[in-house]
Write a protein that binds this ligand. Structure first.
Ligand code: AMP
Ligand code: GLY
Length: 359
C-alpha cells in the first residue's frame, strides 16, 4: 500500500507512525513533512496548500489514497478536486469543512438542530458587538468567525477585556477577514473533552477521548493557543458521558450535515464542555486535532488504517468494530517557539538527544 500524507506537524508524524505500526510494509510519502517525520518516511517539498502540486504528486506516486492533516487544504477544496480526478482521499469537502472554517455555519447548524451549545449572536459592527457584551455580562466569549489557527477566541473576564477583543478583531482586524464577523457567545463553565470520530457521513467510530491544554502558561494562565499539550485517557469521560455525546451531539450533527447537502466524511472533532447541564459543543474541527492526535493514536490497540482507507475510498463503515485501546496513558507536551502564539519566531531548530520510546 502507498499513502500520501499532507501536512508537516506532530499530528502528521503520529499518523505516519500509526500507519507504519499497522502495516510496516506500507510506503508513505509526506508533503511537506518535517525533520522528525523524515526519520520514518519520505518527505517531499510540496506545501500542504498547493493543491495542484499535491494532485500531481498523488498521480505520479500512484498512491492508494491521500490523508489530509491540516484544515487549510480542506478549506481550499482538496477533497472535491481529488475526487473529481478519481483519486481516493480522506477528509471532508470544503462545503462540509465549513463546520470548522465558519463558526457562523457551525453555530447555526447546531442551533437549528437542537445540538447543545452556547448561545451566540453575530456582529460585524463595533457598536452592536459592544451592546451585546453589555447585555450578556461577564464572563463572555468573543470569537472571530473565520479560521484563526486556534487563537481567535478570547474568554473575557471583564467588560474592558471584551471591548479590547472586539476592537482588535473588528476594528484593527488582527485576524484579517477571519475577524470581519465575530460571535459574542455565552460562557460555559466546566472541563473540556476532545472527541474524535471517523465517519463515512452516517456511520461513525469514536476514538478514545483526550483533554487538551489550551492556555499558554501554567495554572491555566495566559492567552488561548492551538494547544500546549494533551493527554488520554480522560477520567471524566465515562462510558455514559461518551454515549450521551454520541447520541445528542455526533449523530444529530452528521444527520444535519447530510440534510444540509454537505455530508461530512473524514474525521469530525468535537470540542466538548462538560457543563453542569450536560455536554455542550465548544467547537467542531474538520480534521484530526493537534496535539490530541499524538496522545490518542499511541493508545490504539486496533489498527487505524482500515477505517481511514474505507472512508477515503468512499466505502461504508457499517459493520466496522469499535476501536480497542491498550492499557496505559499517553501525554503530549508542546515545545512552542519563542513569542507563541502572538508572534512566533519561525525556523529555530529543535534537537532531541534521543527519540521518545516507541517513536
Ligand atoms: P474554540 O477555538 O472555539 O475551541 O475556543 C478555544 C477555547 O476557548 C476553548 O477550547 C475553550 O477553552 C474556550 N472557549 C470557547 N468558547 C467558550 C465558551 N462558550 N465558554 C467557555 N470557554 C470557551
Ligand atoms: N487542539 C485543537 C485543535 O486541533 O484545533
Amino acid at each position: 500500500m502507498k499513502i500520501l500524507v499532507v501536512g508537516g506537524g506532530g499530528r502528521e508524524h503520529a499518523l505516519v507512525w500509526k500507519f507504519l505500526q499497522d502495516d510496516p510494509a506500507c510506503e508513505i510519502v509526506v508533503a511537506p513533512g518535517n525533520a522528525g517525520i523524515a526519520q520514518i518516511a519520505r518527505c517531499v517539498p510540496v506545501t500542504a496548500t498547493d493543491i495542484p502540486a499535491l494532485l500531481e504528486l498523488a498521480r505520479v506516486e500512484e498512491v492508494d489514497f491521500t490523508m489530509v492533516g491540516p484544515e487549510a487544504p480542506l478549506a481550499g477544496g482538496i477533497v472535491e478536486k481529488f475526487r473529481a480526478a478519481g483519486l481516493a482521499i480522506f477528509g471532508p469537502t470544503s462545503q462540509a469543512a465549513r463546520i470548522e472554517t465558519s463558526k457562523r455555519f457551525a453555530k447555526e447548524l447546531m442551533l437549528a438542530n437542537g445540538i447543545p451549545t452556547a448561545g451566540a449572536t453575530f456582529h460585524d459592527s463595533l457598536d452592536s458587538a459592544k451592546a451585546a457584551v453589555h447585555a450578556a455580562g461577564t464572563p463572555v466569549v468573543i470569537k472571530a468567525s473565520g479560521l484563526a489557527g486556534g487563537k481567535g477566541v478570547v474568554v473575557a473576564q471583564s467588560t474592558e477585556e471584551a471591548e479590547n477583543a472586539i476592537e482588535s478583531m473588528l476594528g484593527e482586524r488582527v485576524f484579517d477577514q477571519a475577524g470581519s464577523e465575530i460571535l459574542i457567545e455565552e460562557f460555559m463553565a466546566g472541563e473540556e473533552l476532545s472527541i474524535f470520530v471517523i465517519t463515512d457521513g452516517e456511520n461513525f467510530v469514536m476514538l478514545p477521548p483526550a483533554q487538551d491544554h489550551k492556555r499558554l502558561l501554567d495554572s491555566d494562565g495566559g492567552p488561548n493557543t492551538g494547544g500546549m499539550g494533551a493527554y488520554s485517557p480522560v477520567s471524566l469521560a465515562s462510558a455514559g458521558t461518551l454515549k450521551t455525546i454520541a447520541d445528542t451531539i455526533i449523530r444529530p450533527t452528521l444527520k444535519a450535515m447530510k440534510s444540509a447537502g454537505s455530508p461530512f466524511t473524514g474525521l469530525l472533532y468535537a470540542g466538548i464542555m462538560l457543563t453542569p447541564s450536560g455536554p455542550k459543543v465548544v467547537e467542531f474541527n474538520c480534521r484530526f486535532g493537534d496535539p490530541e492526535t499524538e496522545a490518542i493514536l499511541p493508545r490504539l490497540h486496533s489498527p487505524l488504517l482500515p477505517y481511514v482507507q474505507a472512508v477515503a475510498n468512499g466505502e461504508s463503515l457499517e459493520g466496522f468494530h469499535e476501536v480497542e485501546c491498550k492499557p496505559g496513558h499517553a501525554v503530549t507536551l508542546v515545545l512552542a517557539a519563542s513569542g507563541y502564539p502572538a508572534k512566533p519566531r519561525l525556523g529555530d531548530a529543535v534537537q532531541f538527544v534521543a527519540a521518545p520510546p516507541g517513536m
